[in-house]
Design a binder for this molecule. Sequence first.
Ligand SMILES: Cc1cc2nc3c(=O)[nH]c(=O)nc-3n(C[C@H](O)[C@H](O)[C@H](O)COP(=O)(O)OP(=O)(O)OC[C@H]3O[C@@H](n4cnc5c(N)ncnc54)[C@H](O)[C@@H]3O)c2cc1C
Length: 406
Amino acid sequence: MSRARLEPSSLSSPEALVIAADEVRAEVRAWILEHAIDGVIRRGAHPAYDHEATEVEEEWLGRCREGRWLCLSWPEEYGGRAFGPLQIAAVEEEFARAGLPRPRLGMGETLVAPALLAHGSDTQRSYFLPRILNGEIQLCQGFSEPDAGSDLAGLRTVGVIDGDEVIITGQKVWTSDAHRSNTIFTLCRTDPSAPRHRGISYVLVPMDHNGITVRPLRQMAGAHGFNHVFFDGARAPLSNVVGGLNNGWRVAQTTLGAERAGEATTQHIGYLQEWEMLLAASRRNGSNLDPVLRQGLASAYAAVRIMQFTGLRMFSTLTATGTLGPVASVNKLFWSEYHRDFGELAMHVLGTRSTLVDRSDDAVTELQRVFLESRARCIARGSSEIQRNIVAERVLGLPREQSTST
Ligand SMILES: Cc1cc2nc3c(=O)[nH]c(=O)nc-3n(C[C@H](O)[C@H](O)[C@H](O)COP(=O)(O)OP(=O)(O)OC[C@H]3O[C@@H](n4cnc5c(N)ncnc54)[C@H](O)[C@@H]3O)c2cc1C
C-alpha cells in the first residue's frame, strides 16, 4: 500500500472486490497445481538479513515471474496486474496454503515503485519498473546517515548540479543489501540554503564504478545485512531525480509510508506460520502444559489475529478515503513490537535448547533467528519512539513534540 491517492472511480463496491478476489483465488490455485516446485522453503514473517537465494529459489522466482505473480499491485502497463489488497491477500493465502513463498523483488518493488508511481515521470516509470521486475535493477535505500536517522531531515549528503548530472558526496549508514544492489535510491541536499525539509532531492544512483564504496556492518546474529555507503563524487543523470529537484522530502514520505504500511492485509500469514512452528515445538517439549507459556502462546495468537483485522481496517480506510497517511505507523509499531515479544516467548518455550546452536532442528534455528533479528526491526523503518510520536501527533491529534522532524 502506498500513500498515493486513489481516484474514487477506481474504488469498486465491497461485493465486486470480494468477487474479484474469489476469481483470482481460483486462478492462482490452478496455476500452483501445475507449476509448484519441490525444495523451495516458505520462511516465516521476514527472510534472514543475509539470505542468499538458492538455485531452486531462483527457479521458483522465474516461474512466478512468468506466471505474473510478482508486483501484483502495479499497473498492467508496467507488468503488474493492478490488483487491490483483497486480491493480493487471496493470492498470498493460496501460496501459503500450498506451503510456497511468493517472491518479492526487494526494495525496488516495495519502496521505490510506490514513489515512482506517485511522483515519477512516465519516462522514469517506463524505464525503471520493467527493469525492477526483470531483476536487472536491484535497489537499496540510502536514507540514514551517522547523524540523521530519526531526524532524517538533518541529512548532510550533498548533491551538486553539474550540467545534466547531480554529483553526490557524503556518507550513509545501515544501508541494507547495498552489497547485493546495483542502484541506490538516496536523499541528498541539493539546495543548502533552503529550510531543512526543502532543498532535498530523491535520486536513483548507479553504484558500479561510480565513486561509491560499500563497507559491511555485521549484526549480533552473525549476519551481514547492512553496510556503510560512502559517496565520493558519485554521478547520476538529472533524469534520475524523482519528483523534481528539491522536492525529495515529499517523495521520501511516500517511500516511508509504504515501508511502514508494509503488506498490512497479508503480513499476518507469515506471523501465523511462525506461531504454528512455536506451538508445535511447545507440544514436542511439553511446555504447552505450563500455564504461563500457554498464556503467552494464546496472547501471541490473539495479536496475530488483531494484526490481520487491523490490516483489513487499514484497507477499509484506504478504500473509503483514498489515503492511508500516518495510520501506517500504527501498523509498523504493532508488528515490530509483536515480533520482538514473540521472539522472547519463543526462547522461553524452547527453554535451555534456545541457548544451543543446533542446525539439525530447523524450528530451533529459525526461532533463535527471530529472537535475534526481530529487535532490530523496532528500530529499522523508523524506531518505535518515532512511530509513537507520529501516532500521538498525527493520528490522535495530541500536542506536538518540541522539535520533531519526521
Ligand atoms: C535492521 C536495520 C536495517 C536498516 N536498513 C536501513 C536501510 O536500508 N536504509 C536506511 O537508510 N536506513 C536503514 N536503517 C536505519 C534506520 O532507519 C535508523 O536506524 C532509524 O531511523 C533510527 O535512526 P538512528 O539509528 O540514527 O537512531 P537515532 O535517531 O540516533 O535514535 C536513537 C534513539 O533515540 C530515540 N529518538 C530519536 N529521536 C527521538 C524523538 N524525537 N523522540 C523520542 N525518541 C527519539 C530513537 O527512538 C532511538 O531509540 C536500518 C536500521 C536497522 C536497525
